[in-house]
Design a binder for this molecule. Structure first.
Ligand SMILES: Nc1ncnc2c1ncn2[C@@H]1O[C@H](COP(=O)(O)OP(=O)(O)OP(=O)(O)O)[C@@H](O)[C@H]1O
Length: 262
C-alpha cells in the first residue's frame, strides 16, 4: 500500500522574473496533520494552489493520493478538498442547498449525503441556520459551511488555508478535534497557518517556508532539538529561523527608547 499521500518534487513557481517557490521537495504520509508555516509572502498560497490544481507550476510535479494533479486533474480532484482563507460561496443558496450542490457534483447518494451533512452541521453548530441564505452568514459561519462542504465527499487529502481565522474558540476547538479524528482515520490534512499555537498543538509535523524554500521540517520535538533546546516554543523557533527575532529585538529597542523619551 502506498503510504505517501502528498509528494512534491522540484516544485517551483516563477512570476515574471520573481521566483516565489524554489524546488520544493516534500513527502507527507497518509494520516498526517501537516502544518505549513511561513511569514507573509513566503510562498504558502502559491504552493497550495499548485498542489490543488489551481496554479500551474513553472517546474516540478505534485502527486496527491498517488495521482499527478497536473496530468490527471479530474481523478486527483475527486480525492482532495481545498478550503481557501476566503472561500468562494454561493450567496443566494442556503447552507443546505450549498451542501446539496457539492454532494451532487461528487455524486454522493442522497441518504449518505443527509447523514454526513447533518453530522458536520452539528459539529459546527450550524444545524439551526442551515435554511438561511449564505449571504446572511457571518464570516465565521461562511468559513464553517465551506469546511462542511469540503468534508462532505470524505476527501483523502484536505488542504486548508488559515482555517481558524474568524472562528470563535468553540468552533476552532471543534475543527481541531475533527481534523485530528479524521487524520487518525486516514485522511491527510495540509494546513497553512500563521497561528503558531495551533500548529504547535495540533500538527504531527511542521514545515517552515521562507523565500520559497523549506528551511525547517520535522515534529515539534525535532525542531526544538535542531535548535538545541527542549523547551523552546514554536514562536521562538519560527522567529529565529525567519529572521523575525531581529525585528522583535528592534521593536523592543524602539519601545524602550520611546518610553525613555517620555
Ligand atoms: N500572481 C502573482 N504575480 C506576481 N507575484 C505574485 C503573484 N502571486 C504571488 N506573488 C508573489 O509571490 C510571493 C509569494 O506569495 P504567496 O501569496 O504565495 O505567499 P504567502 O506565503 O501565501 O503569503 P501570505 O502569508 O502573506 O498570504 C510574494 O512575493 C508575492 O508577492
Amino acid at each position: 500500500m502506498n503510504t505517501t499521500s502528498i509528494k512534491l518534487t522540484d516544485l517551483s513557481k516563477v512570476y515574471g522574473k520573481y521566483e516565489a517557490v524554489k524546488n520544493l521537495q516534500l513527502e507527507v504520509p497518509r494520516g498526517e496533520l501537516f502544518g505549513f508555516l511561513g511569514p507573509n509572502g513566503a510562498g504558502k498560497t502559491s504552493t497550495i494552489k499548485m498542489m490543488t490544481g489551481l496554479l500551474e507550476p513553472t517546474k516540478g510535479t505534485v502527486k496527491v493520493a498517488g495521482i499527478n494533479i497536473w496530468q490527471d486533474p479530474l481523478e486527483a480532484k475527486k480525492r482532495i478538498a481545498y478550503v481557501p482563507d476566503q472561500p468562494n460561496l454561493y450567496p443566494k443558496l442556503t447552507g443546505w442547498e450549498y451542501l446539496q450542490f457539492i454532494a451532487s457534483v461528487f455524486r454522493i447518494p442522497n441518504k449518505k449525503f443527509q447523514v454526513k451533512a447533518e453530522e458536520l452541521l452539528h459539529i459546527f453548530s450550524l444545524t439551526n441556520r442551515v435554511d438561511e441564505l449564505i449571504e446572511s452568514y457571518s464570516h465565521g459561519m461562511k468559513q464553517k459551511i465551506a469546511i462542511c462542504g469540503a468534508l462532505i465527499h470524505e476527501p483523502d487529502v484536505l488542504f486548508l488555508d488559515e482555517p481558524t481565522v474568524g472562528l470563535d474558540p468553540n468552533s476552532a476547538r471543534s475543527l481541531k478535534k475533527l481534523l485530528r479524528e479524521l487524520c487518525d482515520h486516514g485522511m491527510t490534512a495540509f494546513v497553512s497557518t500563521h497561528i503558531l499555537e495551533i500548529a504547535e498543538q495540533m500538527c504531527d509535523r511542521i514545515g517552515i517556508i521562507l523565500e520559497g524554500r523549506i528551511i525547517a521540517l520535522g515534529t515539534m520535538g525535532e525542531l526544538r532539538e535542531h535548535k538545541g533546546s527542549t523547551n523552546r516554543s514554536l514562536e521562538d523557533i519560527f522567529l529565529e529561523l525567519t529572521g523575525g527575532e531581529d525585528q522583535q529585538a528592534l521593536i523592543s529597542e524602539i519601545s524602550k527608547t520611546d518610553q525613555g523619551d517620555k
